[in-house]
Ligand binder design. Structure first.
Ligand SMILES: Cc1cc2nc3c(=O)[nH]c(=O)nc-3n(C[C@H](O)[C@H](O)[C@H](O)COP(=O)(O)O)c2cc1C
Length: 395
C-alpha cells in the first residue's frame, strides 16, 4: 500500500504516510507538564505504527485566556524534562515527532464573565450557533464568548518572542519539528482572516499585512530550529463563514507561507462558527479542499478526517494528499496503522462519532474518554503501553 511507503518532509524521512493529528487530550500535570500518562498515551500511538506523531496544541504562554482544564504546555524551562522524555518515547517506537505550538485561542477561547484577558487581532466576539454544530453536540445549545480586546503591537511582539522561545525548547528537547497552529480561527488564524482582522497597522489592512504575524512566526521557528528542523503549518482550507477565508483565499495564504520556507501544510477546515467542519460527523469531508491544495502547492499536504484505510489509500492514489492524519480514529484504536498495514483492517476498533472526546475536552474541559476505547486516559496502567528503552530509534 502507498500508505506505508516512506515520505520525505523537509530533510527528514518519515517511515509511512500516516500521522497522528494533533489531539488535545486534557492530560498532564496541573501545571501542564508531561507526565507518565502523556508518555504512555503517545508511546501507544507511535508503537501502533503512525509514522509521524504531531503532539497536540501546546500553549506558549499562560498570559491570555486559554481553554481551561488540563493540557500540556511549552512555557519555559520547567517543561524541558517532560518534553525531552516525550520526544524520546516517540522516537523509541520508531516514529517522527513534531509539536504543534499554539499562540493562543483568540476570541475562540469562548470565555464569558471571566477575569482572564481575552485577546484577538480586533475587538470581536464569537458565537457558535446550534445549527452549525455536529448533531451530537446540538444539545449544548448556542455558545457565545465575551468580546475580545485587540492586542497592542508590543503585546504581539512579546507573543512572537514567546513563540520563538517555545520553538527553541522543542528543538532542544529533541523533537523533529514544530507545526504552527494557524487553523480553526484561533489567534494566528484570526490574524490571517479578513473576517476577524480589522486592524490598520503592520498586522492588518491588506492581504500581505494580515500575513505579517505568521511570516514572523515561520521565521522565528526556522531560526530556533535550524535548516534540518521541520516547520509545518496547519490552516483551515476554508473557514466556511461569510466574510472569512474561502478555499481560494486559503490557498493564496498557504502559497505565500510556503514561499517563506514551510516543509508541509496540514489541512483542517472551518472555525468555531462552523464547528461541524472542524469535527465532521463522517469521514473524507476535507478531501476536496486537500485536492485543491495539493494541486497548488509543491510541499507535502496532509489531509485529516480519514477513518478507513481504504479511503486513505484512495486519497493517496487520487493525488488528493501526500499523507493522511488520524485523530479520533487513533483515539479509538492506537493500532489502526499496524492493523491496516498487516491486512487486518476489519480488526480496527472504529470511532462511532459519538463526540464524547470533543465534548469532554473542548466544552466540558475534562480529559478525553472514548466510548469505543476504555483504555484512553488510562494507558499508564497497561504494561503494553510502557515505553521500552532500547527499541527502534527513528534515526
Ligand atoms: C479530542 C480532540 C482534540 C483535538 N485537538 C486538536 C489540537 O490540539 N490541535 C488541532 O489542530 N486539532 C485538534 N483536533 C482536531 C483534529 O486534529 C482533527 O482535525 C479533527 O478531529 C478531524 O479529524 P478526525 O475525523 O480524524 O477526528 C482535535 C480533535 C479532537 C477529537
Amino acid at each position: 500500500m502507498k500508505l506505508f511507503e516512506p515520505i520525505r518532509i523537509g530533510h527528514i524521512e518519515v517511515k509511512n504516510r500516516v500521522a497522528f493529528a494533533p489531539t488535545h487530550m486534557g492530560q498532564g500535570t496541573a501545571r501542564g507538564e508531561v507526565d507518565d500518562q502523556v508518555l504512555c498515551h503517545y508511546y501507544a500511538r507511535a508503537k501502533g505504527g503512525a509514522g509521524l506523531i504531531i503532539v497536540q496544541a501546546m500553549g506558549v504562554t499562560g498570559q491570555y485566556a486559554f481553554t481551561k482544564g488540563r493540557g500540556i504546555v511549552c512555557m519555559g524551562e520547567l517543561y524541558r524534562p517532560g518534553l525531552r522524555e516525550l520526544a524520546e518515547v516517540i522516537h523509541m517506537a520508531g516514529s517522527r515527532a513534531v509539536v504543534q505550538l499554539l499562540l493562543g485561542q483568540g476570541a475562540q477561547a469562548l470565555y464569558r464573565h471571566s477575569r482572564r484577558d481575552l485577546v484577538a487581532p480586533s475587538e470581536i466576539a464569537v458565537r457558535v450557533e446550534t445549527e452549525n454544530m455536529p448533531k451530537a453536540l446540538r444539545k449544548l445549545g448556542d455558545i457565545s464568548g465575551d468580546t475580545a480586546r485587540a492586542l497592542t503591537p508590543d503585546e504581539i511582539e512579546s507573543l512572537i518572542q514567546k513563540y520563538a522561545s517555545a520553538a527553541g525548547l522543542v528543538k532542544e528537547a529533541g523533537f523533529d519539528g514544530v507545526e504552527i497552529h494557524g487553523a480553526h480561527g484561533y489567534l494566528i488564524g484570526e490574524f490571517v482572516s479578513p473576517l476577524f482582522n480589522q486592524r490598520q497597522d503592520e498586522y492588518g489592512g491588506s492581504f500581505e499585512k494580515r500575513l505579517t504575524l505568521p511570516l514572523r512566526l515561520i521565521e522565528a521557528v526556522r531560526e530556533a530550529g535550524g535548516p534540518r528542523f521541520i516547520v509545518g503549518y496547519r490552516l483551515s482550507g476554508d473557514e466556511h463563514v461569510p466574510g472569512g477565508l474561502d478555499l481560494e483565499g486559503s490557498i493564496r495564504v498557504a502559497s505565500r507561507l510556503v514561499e517563506a520556507g514551510l516543509d508541509y501544510i496540514h489541512l483542517s477546515s472551518g472555525c468555531y462558527q462552523a464547528i461541524n467542519w472542524v469535527f465532521p460527523d463522517r469521514e473524507g469531508v476535507m478531501l476536496p479542499e486537500a485536492r485543491a491544495f495539493k494541486a497548488a502547492l509543491d510541499v507535502p499536504v496532509i489531509c485529516p478526517n480519514i477513518h478507513n484505510p481504504r479511503t486513505a489509500e484512495q486519497a493517496l492514489a487520487d493525488d488528493d494528499a501526500d499523507m493522511i492524519s488520524l485523530s479520533r480514529a487513533l483515539i479509538a484504536d492506537p493500532e489502526w496503522p499496524a492493523k491496516a498495514a498487516g491486512g487486518r483492517a476489519e480488526e480496527i476498533n472504529r470511532c462511532v462519532f459519538c463526540y464524547n472526546c470533543v465534548r469532554g475536552v473542548i466544552f466540558d474541559r475534562v480529559p478525553v474518554r472514548c466510548t469505543r476505547n476504555p483504555e484512553v486516559g488510562w494507558e499508564r496502567f497497561n504494561p503494553k503501553y510502557w515505553p521500552r528503552p532500547g527499541s527502534t530509534k527513528a534515526d
